[in-house]
Design a protein around this ligand. Structure first.
Ligand SMILES: NC(=O)c1ccc[n+]([C@@H]2O[C@H](COP(=O)([O-])OP(=O)(O)OC[C@H]3O[C@@H](n4cnc5c(N)ncnc54)[C@H](O)[C@@H]3O)[C@@H](O)[C@H]2O)c1
Length: 379
C-alpha cells in the first residue's frame, strides 16, 4: 500500500553569526508528526496553543489530542482574530491570560491559524519574559507561503498595519495541507496571489507550473498543491535568508504591493488583499515594461496568469486615479514622497542589483499606468 508522501523539510538559514536554522515542514495530516517533533525538541515544558475561533472549531482538538498523547501539556488560548483583532489590546490580553495560567519563561507558544494568529502569537512570544520560543502552524495558504516565513511579527495601529512588532522567527513551521480543506475559495485565491508573486520575482519554473496547473490548484489537487506550496516557501526562504531585515533584496517581495495597498485603502478595505495584489502584479508589471525592463508580451502573459487564478487584473474604472496616485505617495516604502516599487526584468526575475532593488516612480508614470489598467480588457 502506498500512502501519502511523508513531510518535506526545507531550511531557512538565519545570519551565520546566529547559527540558527528554522526547519520549514510541508506535509499532510501533521498532528502526530508535530507532537513527536515538539516532544523531541523540548522547546518548553508547557505549550500555549494560540488560535482564533474559526480555526479552533475546525483544527484545534486533533492537534491537542496528539500533543497530549505525546505527553505534552497544552492549554488553548483563543482570541478574536481577523485583521480587526490584530491589536495591542489583543496582545496584552493574551499576555495577561498566559500569566494567569501560570506560564513561565520555560513555556512555548504554538500558533495555529492564518497570518493574523501567527503575527499576534509570534509577537506575544517575542516579548513574553523577554522572548520565549514559538512554532507556527499556518492554516491559510497565505500564511503557509508568506506570513509564517521570515520572522516578522506585528500588530496593527489605527494609523496603519503592522506598525508595532518585532523580528522573532519561529523555531519551526509546520504547513499541514490538510488544514486547507476547510479554507474558503476566496481565501485560497488570496494565497495564490502571493504564490504568483514569488514565481514572478524569482522562479520562472514556478510561473510555468502555475500556468499549467491553475485549475488543479484551484481544485485543491494534493500533488500540484503541495508542489506549489513547497516551491513558493523555498523562494521566500531563500530571499529572507539573504536579507533577513529587508535592507536589500527582500524588498522584491513587495512586488505588486504598493499598488495593492493603494487599492485596499481607496476602497476602505472593500477590496480583498488577494484581489488587490492580483491587480497590483499586473500594474507593476506594466510599469516594468514602460521602463524598458520587461517585454509587453510578458505583461500580457502575467495578466492572463493572474486571471487564470480568478483574480482581477485591472483597476476598477470607477476608482479615481489621482486618489490612487496620492495613496501610493503615502506608502510606507515611499521616500521623500516618491513611491518606490519593485520591478521585473523578466518573468521569474526581479530587476535590481546590490545597488538597489526598488525604483522611484513619478506621479506621471503611476497615473499613466492606472489609466492604462482601467482601459485594459479583462475583469
Ligand atoms: N509576518 C509576515 O511576514 C506577513 C506576511 C504577509 C501577511 N502577513 C499578515 O497576515 C495577515 C493575513 O493573513 P491571512 O490571510 O491568513 O488572514 P487571517 O489570519 O485573518 O485568516 C483569514 C480568515 O480565515 C480563517 N481561517 C484560517 N485558516 C482557516 C482554515 N484552515 N479553514 C477555515 N478558515 C480559516 C480565519 O479564522 C480568518 O477568519 C495580515 O494581517 C497580514 O499583515 C504577515
Amino acid at each position: 500500500m502506498t500512502g501519502a508522501p511523508g513531510p518535506t523539510r526545507m531550511d531557512l538559514h538565519h545570519p551565520a553569526e546566529t547559527g540558527r536554522v528554522t526547519p520549514l515542514w510541508v506535509g499532510d495530516r501533521l498532528d502526530r508528526f508535530v507532537a513527536e517533533e515538539l516532544s523531541r525538541q523540548r522547546l518548553g515544558y508547557r505549550y500555549a496553543l494560540i488560535t482564533d475561533p474559526r480555526v479552533a472549531a475546525r483544527h484545534a482538538a486533533p492537534l491537542e489530542a496528539a500533543l497530549r498523547d505525546a505527553g505534552l501539556e497544552v492549554e488553548r488560548l483563543v482570541f478574536a482574530g481577523g485583521e480587526r483583532g490584530k491589536t495591542r489590546a489583543a496582545k496584552a490580553d493574551l499576555e495577561d491570560r498566559l500569566f494567569e495560567a501560570g506560564f513561565g519563561r520555560d513555556a512555548a507558544i504554538v500558533a495555529l491559524g492564518g497570518g493574523v494568529v501567527g503575527d499576534v502569537a509570534g509577537f506575544v512570544a517575542a516579548t513574553y519574559h523577554r522572548g520565549i520560543p514559538w512554532v507556527a502552524l499556518p492554516t491559510t495558504l497565505l500564511a503557509m507561503v508568506d506570513a509564517s516565513i521570515g520572522g516578522k511579527t506585528a500588530v496593527d495601529l489605527p494609523a496603519g498595519k503592522n506598525l508595532i512588532g518585532a523580528f522573532h522567527p519561529p523555531a519551526a513551521v509546520y504547513a499541514d495541507l490538510a488544514a486547507l480543506d476547510s479554507l474558503p475559495d476566496e481565501r485560497l485565491r488570496e494565497g495564490f496571489a502571493e504564490v504568483l508573486k514569488h514565481a514572478l520575482v524569482a522562479d520562472a519554473g514556478l510561473a510555468t507550473f502555475l500556468d499549467d496547473h491553475a485549475s488543479d490548484l484551484l481544485g485543491r489537487r494534493p500533488g500540484p498543491l503541495r508542489h506549489a506550496v513547497e516551491v513558493s516557501i523555498r523562494v521566500k526562504a531563500a530571499i529572507v535568508a539573504e536579507d533577513p531585515r529587508e535592507a536589500q533584496r527582500r524588498a522584491v517581495l513587495n512586488f505588486g504591493h504598493t499598488v495593492a495597498h493603494a487599492l485596499e485603502s481607496a476602497t476602505a478595505y472593500g477590496m480583498s488583499h488577494g484581489d488587490a495584489v492580483g491587480i497590483g502584479l499586473v500594474v507593476e508589471a506594466d510599469l516594468s515594461a514602460t521602463r524598458g525592463l520587461l517585454q509587453a508580451s510578458e505583461v500580457a502573459t502575467i495578466r492572463r496568469l493572474v486571471g487564470r487564478f480568478g483574480l482581477p487584473t485591472r483597476v476598477p474604472p470607477g476608482l479615481e486615479v489621482d486618489g490612487l496616485v496620492e495613496r501610493c505617495e503615502h506608502d510606507k516604502k515611499a521616500r521623500r514622497g516618491a513611491p518606490r516599487v519593485a520591478l521585473l526584468r523578466r518573468i521569474g526575475a526581479a530587476a535590481g542589483s546590490a545597488a538597489g532593488w526598488t525604483f522611484a516612480v513619478t506621479r506621471e508614470e503611476l497615473r499613466d499606468a492606472f489609466r492604462r489598467s482601467q482601459e485594459s480588457p479583462g475583469g
